[in-house]
Design a protein around this ligand. Structure first.
Ligand code: NAD
Length: 291
C-alpha cells in the first residue's frame, strides 16, 4: 500500500505557484488575487475559508475576505458579487457554501463572472467541463486529478466507482475520470443514495472515490485487492480526547481498507490539501488568462 500524501503533493504545487508569483512581482506585475465571500459563522466554513486565505498569503497571492452576517439579503449579496466582477484587480471569486436558506445558491453562483469562477460551479464552467473545453474545474475533483498525476497512478482502462453525485464532487469527478485524458480514460460507475447494490459495484472498482459524507462507510469487505482508494469525506465526529472536541473522519475505514489497497488517501492530509491546491491553480490560471 502506498499513501497518496495530499499534504506533500499540495506543498509541491504551492512551491511552484510561489515561485511563479515571485517572478511576476520581479517583472513589476501584480500578484494573482482571490476574493472569498463568507456569510454567517458556520464553524467548518470559517475553517475552510481561513485556510484558503492563509495559503494565499503563504504563496504570495493577494486575497480579500468579505464577511457578511447571515442576515444579508440575497440582493445585497448579488451586488457584492457584481462589485468583485467589476474589479479588475480581482482574478478569482469564491462564495463559501452553504449559504443561509433565504439565499439561492444558484442565483449567487450564476452571478459570478465565469472568467473569475475559480470554484468551477457556474453553468458555463460546468458546460465547458462536460464538452472538454478548457475551463475551471471544481477544486476537489481537480485536486484529486493532480494527486493521481503526481503519483503516476494508472487510470486508463480502469473501472472507477464514484460514490456520491453532488455538483461539487461526485458528478464532476465521474465526468472527469471518464474523459479521454490522463488521469482519466476510465469506465465510470456513479453511485448514490438510491443505489441498491453498492457493495457489489464497489467490489468491481479498480478505483473508488468515496464522497458521500458518512464516516467510515467504506469497509474492507466492499473493496477488492489492489484497489486505489480516494477518500473525499470529512465529517466532524465528537472526540473528547481532542482539544477541539472533535476528530475528522473520512468516508473510508482506513485501518482495514488500507491493507487491501494499492494506493489510498489519508484523512486528514489527503484530498483536503489538494482541494486548496486546485483552487490556487484555478486562481493562477484566471490571472494568466487575462495577461
Ligand atoms: P453531499 O451531501 O452534497 O452529497 C453526498 C452524496 O452522497 C449524495 O449524492 C448522495 O446521493 C450520496 N450518498 C449519501 N448516502 C449514500 C449512501 N448510503 N450510499 C451511496 N451514496 C450515498 O456531499 P458533498 O458535498 O459531495 O461532500 C461529500 C463529503 O466530502 C462530505 O463529507 C464533505 O465534507 C466532503 N468534502 C470534502 C472536501 C475536501 O476538500 N476534502 C471537499 C468537498 C466535500
Amino acid at each position: 500500500m502506498q499513501l497518496l500524501d495530499g499534504k506533500l503533493a499540495a506543498q509541491a504545487i504551492k512551491e511552484d505557484l510561489h515561485q511563479k508569483t515571485s517572478t511576476l512581482l520581479q517583472q513589476g506585475k501584480r500578484a494573482p488575487h482571490l476574493a472569498a465571500i463568507l456569510v454567517g459563522t458556520d464553524g467548518a466554513s470559517e475553517t475552510y475559508v481561513a485556510s484558503k486565505v492563509k495559503t494565499c498569503a503563504e504563496i504570495g497571492f493577494e486575497s480579500t475576505l468579505k464577511r457578511f452576517p447571515s442576515t444579508i439579503t440575497e440582493e445585497e449579496l448579488l451586488q457584492e458579487i457584481d462589485e468583485l466582477n467589476n474589479n479588475d484587480a480581482v482574478d478569482g471569486i469564491l462564495v463559501q457554501l452553504p449559504l443561509p436558506k433565504h439565499i439561492s445558491d444558484d442565483k449567487v453562483i450564476n452571478k459570478i463572472n465565469p472568467a473569475k469562477d475559480v470554484d468551477g460551479f457556474h453553468p458555463v464552467s460546468v458546460g465547458n467541463m462536460v464538452s472538454g473545453t478548457p475551463t475551471f474545474i471544481p477544486a476537489t475533483p481537480y485536486g484529486i486529478l493532480l494527486l493521481l498525476k503526481q503519483y503516476n497512478v494508472e487510470t486508463s482502462g480502469k473501472h472507477a466507482v464514484v460514490i456520491g453525485r453532488s455538483h461539487i464532487v461526485g458528478t464532476p469527478m465521474s465526468i472527469l475520470l471518464s474523459r479521454k485524458s490522463n488521469p482519466g480514460n476510465c469506465t465510470v460507475t456513479i453511485c448514490h443514495s438510491a443505489t441498491t447494490n453498492l457493495k457489489e459495484i464497489c467490489l468491481q472498482g479498480d478505483i473508488i472515490v468515496a464522497a458521500l459524507g458518512q464516516p467510515e462507510f467504506l469497509t474492507a469487505d466492499m473493496v477488492k485487492d489492489g484497489a486505489v482508494i480516494i477518500d473525499v469525506g470529512i465529517t466532524r465526529v465528537a472526540d473528547a480526547s481532542k482539544k477541539s472536541g472533535f476528530a475528522l473522519k473520512g468516508d473510508v475505514k482506513f485501518d482495514e481498507v488500507s491493507v487491501k489497497s494499492s494506493y489510498i488517501t489519508p484523512v486528514p492530509g489527503g484530498v483536503g490539501p489538494m482541494t486548496i491546491a486546485g483552487l490556487l491553480m484555478n486562481t493562477y490560471n484566471a490571472y494568466m488568462n487575462k495577461q
